[in-house]
Design a protein around this ligand. Structure first.
Ligand code: 6R9
Length: 691
């Protein structure tokens, strides 16, 4: 039970809020909360911010949020340009703050924010903070995998190091608009490399260092970088991973070595212990000047590409541009975490994912925050490591994923309570829906029932938070991401794409753009339109299911497409299937997601073998290894289910609905199987379920 959830608290809270102004139009039904209507039936689900928290919050009331939200949707240009003016622009944008077509029926989809405005996001992250007197403030605290390895950089030092890498990149021929692939673990050098690219107008494409050589090669071939930045090796948990060897394998395996388009540069980093492979350009970076002129770019010039999984095998290169992304990540970071300059912020995400772009690197640095970066596994050497780090750096804002919360919850409270954690004041969650029991454990045990949880719903495509609590402004419901951020107009539609009002469930879409909207899929604008704007014309379609309760709270229910969310990582079923069928003894594969206690979803693969090949434990292991090698260890199937045949319609379409039921052993819910070409395969599959 949440200790703050008391009636008296609620009444005091409600009384302190004014009543919603009339004529607010289509704004969230938060007035129910303000007016106390929500109390009637859902009292037990409401968790209120403490008075102490609300008093000091940037947004202390729902009333204040509603005023700002109203302006953000009624006058987006005014709302966002006021905020954008707080950043440094070499010259301001033109008269049109935002220009967009979000409705595919009116022609090609496009989005532009602050077009004509000239800026640089690296300058705004670093030079602006140094110039305003914060040069001696710590920008990064880095904690190594092994206890006792740590380091830190002030804003001034970070700027110098970024300039050295930027000068180095320029020197080897990287120019504005060139792509740079970054394949690095969570060293400070990873955000340094990203910022260095941004400084010279190069477009970074970070590839998560858990991806295999094949996946890396696929991304390199798609974006054709001038340079690949990597390091020797990294230690994660007790394992050493030789990243440079993986890059070599990617380049050699796809005969890209020596091609002018891909200049292979390995870059040596300061971690003393893990050196193995000799590097091409060992230790050259520190010889470069610590001053580097900024490349001023248009707000609509590309900042980065980040590949993400879709429902087909080919990953999508999500493209973000500079100005809107800058304004949006900075603002969402500030409000959703109630950020204050005295905060110490730690996000456990890797920079290989969008969370590490927007909320390890850009959002926090734009706010001049002190950021903790941790290299290793969160449960190494034991499940208390996170709280050890929290106490060590006096972390105040801790942002993580439900999968980690669930796994630490399973390891027991003692690992948490042995640490003080008294510095913590705000918690955050991202990556998948957080189940109410994990939410309550996070709130009660980790946060000692003091710290609001910002459950942030967003996507690689959205650039920043879309639906998220503003701690201090309104009560939370465990498991709900609550209400939309400024400027975001979520819409729930039915199968036909018709908007449904009030309490309902359906497909989550968004009406009109927000500054952090992605602009295209690299090299495939048609796929951008088809995937996101054609399913429900008039809207951006998120791929997620969602419901809205009577108080207007949004509840995300997971993907509705062929994407599985494993430990917060998006994996396309088609990607895993194509890895499986690349094995010479695998004839066909169908992959579905199943509920998993820790990972949220696990990968369950139905596999049909080539005629005459017998099932064996060895083959099962080989199939799993094939997926690990082709995609990465995080995509390894949890289960291989031998399948003499797959349930298909007469037109040959695999009926995944039936496979999902078999995988989750809901055998009495198989539904109508009469439309199958061969209904007998269902019985065969059930018979083999536990083999
Ligand atoms: C930021 C990130 C996006 C997908 C998204 C949804 C799921 C993320 C969530 C959440 C419920 C949350 N998701 N945050 N679902 N509540 N707070 O994770 O980006 O890797 O692109 O994944 O993750 O299904 O569509 P990305």
């Amino acid at each position: 039970n949440c200790s703050l959830n008391t009636t008296t608290n609620h009444l005091r809270h409600v009384e302190s809020m004014a009543v919603l102004p009339s004529g607010a139009g289509k704004i969230p039904r938060l007035n129910a909360v303000i007016l106390g209507e929500a109390l009637a039936s859902e009292e037990d689900d409401l968790v209120f911010p403490s008075d102490d928290f609300a008093r000091q919050a940037l947004l202390p009331s729902a009333q204040k949020y509603l005023e700002m939200y109203k302006r953000s949707v009624e006058d987006p240009a005014g709302f966002w340009s006021d905020i954008a003016s707080q950043f440094l622009w070499k010259s301001k944008w033109g008269d049109t703050v935002c220009s967009e077509n979000f409705d595919i029926r009116n022609g090609n989809v496009y989005v532009q924010w602050f077009k004509g405005g000239i800026t640089n996001i690296c300058y705004n992250c670093l030079d602006r903070n140094v110039d305003s007197g914060n040069g001696d403030k710590i920008a990064f605290h880095w904690e190594g995998n092994e206890r006792g390895f740590h380091d830190s950089l002030t804003y001034t030092q970070l700027l110098s190091q970024v300039c050295q890498v930027a000068n180095y990149l320029r020197d080897i021929g990287v120019k504005k608009g060139d792509a740079v692939v970054i394949y690095l673990p969570m060293l400070m050098e990873l955000p340094i490399a990203m910022l260095a690219c941004a400084r010279i107008g190069a477009v970074h494409s970070v590839v998560f260092a858990g991806f295999s050589a094949d996946s890396l090669a696929q991304r390199i071939m798609d974006c054709k970088p001038k340079v690949v930045l990597t390091c020797n090796a990294v230690k994660r948990g007790s394992k050493v991973i030789h990243l440079k060897d993986i890059v070599d394998a990617a380049l050699i395996g796809h005969s890209m070595v020596g091609q002018s388009a891909v200049l292979h540069i390995a870059y040596s980093f300061g971690i003393l212990t893990y050196k193995k492979t000799p590097l091409v350009s060992k230790d050259v970076v520190p010889t470069y000047s610590t001053i580097c002129e900024v490349e001023w770019v248009d707000a609509e010039d590309p900042l980065f590409l980040l590949y993400t999984s879709g429902s087909t095998g080919k990953p999508k290169g999500v493209l973000h541009t500079t100005g809107g992304y800058m304004v949006y990540t900075a603002t969402t970071f500030k409000y959703a975490f109630d950020y204050k300059p005295s905060d110490i912020y730690w996000c456990t995400a890797d920079c290989g994912w969008i969370t590490g772009h927007s909320y390890v690197t850009y959002g926090p640095l734009l706010n001049g925050a002190t950021v903790v970066i941790y290299e290793g596994a969160p449960n190494y050497p034991d499940p208390g490591r996170c709280w050890d780090i929290v106490d060590k750096f006096k972390v105040t804002i801790f942002y993580t994923a439900p999968t980690l919360v669930r796994s630490l919850m399973r390891d027991g409270d003692a690992y948490v309570t042995r640490y003080s954690r008294k510095s913590l004041r705000v918690l955050g969650s991202v990556g998948e829906p957080i189940n109410p029991s994990a939410w309550r454990w996070f709130f009660n045990v980790v946060g000692d029932s003091r710290c609001p949880i910002s459950d942030t719903w967003w996507q690689t495509e959205t650039g920043g938070f879309m639906i998220a609590p503003l701690p201090g402004a309104w009560p939370q419901k465990p498991g709900s991401a609550t209400f939309p951020f400024f400027g975001v107009q979520p819409v729930i539609v039915d199968e036909k794409g018709v908007e449904i009002e009030g309490e309902c469930s359906g497909y989550l879409c968004v009406k009109s753009s927000w500054p952090g909207t992605f602009r295209t899929l690299y090299g495939d604008h048609e796929r951008y339109e088809t995937t996101y704007f054609k399913p429900f014309p008039g809207y951006y379609f998120s791929g997620d299911g969602c419901s809205r309760d009577k108080d207007g709270y949004y509840w995300l229910t997971g993907r509705v497409d062929d994407v599985i969310n494993v430990s917060g990582h998006r994996i396309g079923t088609a990607e895993v299937e194509s890895a499986l069928v690349s094995h010479p003894q695998c004839a066909e594969a169908a992959v579905v997601g199943v509920e998993h206690e820790v990972k949220g979803q696990g990968i369950y693969a139905f596999v049909t073998l080539v005629d005459g090949i017998p099932y064996s434990e060895e083959l099962r292991r080989n199939l799993i290894t094939t997926v690990r090698n082709q995609i990465g260890p995080f995509a390894a199937p949890d289960r291989i289910h031998w399948a003499p045949g797959l349930p298909k319609t007469r037109s040959g379409k695999i009926m995944r609905r039936i496979l999902r039921k078999i995988a989750s052993r809901q055998l009495d819910e198989l539904g109508d199987t009469s439309t199958l070409a061969d209904p007998g395969v269902v019985d065969q599959l059930i018979a083999l379920a536990d083999c």
